[in-house]
Design a binder for this molecule. Structure first.
Ligand code: PEP
Length: 249
C-alpha cells in the first residue's frame, strides 16, 4: 500500500507575519495519521516553519536545491547539505516554473535530484507537458523523456527514496485541471515506465498529481488508482482548503 502524500508548494509567497498566521492555522487542522503531509515554504521562511510546525506531523521541504552539495563559492544557492541541516527532509526538483521560466534543463534537474538523495533528502521530481505538447499529442513522450533522463542518471533504485509529481504545465496556477482520467493515464504510464526497470519499485513509488487541485476537486483526482496524493500550489496557502485536501487524500 502506498501512503497518500499531500505536498503544499507555497512558491514565492509570504512574509514572516503571514507565514506565522499560516503556521498557526495549519496547526489547527486535523490531518489523518494515514496521510503524510509536507509543506515547501520559501527558503527565507524555512527555519520559521520548521520550528513553528514542530510537534505537528507536517514535514518541511525546500522548493529547490543547488546541483552542488556541501559548501562553496556559489552565490545565491543553497545546497542540499545546508537544507538538510536546516531541518528539511524534502526538496522539489524540476518544477515547471524552474524548467520553463528559469531555463533548467533535464541535466540540471538530474543533478539536483542526485544531490538531494546524496544528502538524505527525498526529492519530489516534477514532470509535465506544456499545452502545446498536449495538443500535439506529445504528452507521454515528453513526460517519458523527462523521467528517462533521471532513471538513466540516478538508477531505478533511487526511486525507492523519491517521489514523482505529474504536473501538466497548462494546469498549474491556471484554474484548469486535468480530468481524473487524463491524469490517471499519465500516472499509469509513469508507473509502467518504472515497472519496465523494476516492478517492485514501480509499485511502491508515490506519484502525485499537481495542477489547480482545490478543496472541491481533490477527492475525485486523488481517488484514481495511480494517483497517490497531490502537489498543491495556490490552495496550499489557505489552511482550511489545504486541510480539506489532506483529508480527501
Ligand atoms: C504547483 O505549483 O506545483 C501547482 C500545482 O500549483 P497550483 O496548484 O496553483 O496549480
Amino acid at each position: 500500500m502506498r501512503r497518500p502524500l499531500v505536498a503544499g508548494n507555497w512558491k514565492m509567497n509570504g512574509t514572516r507575519a503571514s507565514v506565522a498566521e499560516l503556521i498557526e492555522a495549519l496547526r489547527q487542522q486535523e490531518v489523518p495519521a494515514a496521510v503524510e503531509v509536507v509543506v515547501f515554504p520559501s527558503c527565507l521562511h524555512l527555519a520559521q516553519v520548521v520550528s513553528g510546525l514542530g510537534g505537528k506531523a507536517i514535514a518541511v521541504g525546500a522548493q529547490d536545491c543547488s546541483t552542488e552539495t556541501g559548501f562553496g563559492a556559489l552565490t545565491g544557492e543553497e545546497s542540499a547539505t545546508q537544507l538538510a541541516d536546516a531541518g528539511c527532509g524534502w526538496v522539489l526538483v524540476g518544477h515547471s516554473e524552474r524548467r520553463l521560466i528559469l531555463g533548467e534543463s533535464d541535466e540540471v534537474v538530474s543533478k539536483k535530484f542526485s544531490a538531494a538523495l546524496e544528502c538524505g533528502m527525498t526529492p519530489v521530481l516534477c514532470l509535465g507537458e506544456t499545452l502545446e505538447q498536449r495538443q500535439s499529442e506529445q504528452t507521454l513522450e515528453v513526460v517519458g523523456r523527462q523521467l528517462a533522463r533521471i532513471v538513466a542518471d540516478a538508477g531505478i533504485a533511487a526511486f525507492e527514496r523519491a517521489v514523482v509529481a505529474y504536473e501538466p504545465v497548462w494546469a498549474i496556477g491556471t484554474g484548469l485541471t486535468a480530468t481524473p482520467q487524463q491524469a490517471q493515464e499519465v500516472h499509469a504510464a509513469i508507473r509502467a515506465q518504472l515497472a519496465r526497470e523494476d516492478q517492485r519499485i514501480a509499485d511502491g513509488v508515490r506519484i502525485l498529481y499537481g495542477g489547480s487541485v482545490k478543496a472541491d476537486n481533490a477527492a475525485e483526482l486523488l481517488g484514481m488508482a495511480d494517483i497517490d496524493g497531490g502537489l498543491i500550489g495556490g490552495a496550499s496557502l489557505n489552511a482550511n482548503d489545504f486541510g480539506t485536501i489532506c483529508r480527501a487524500a
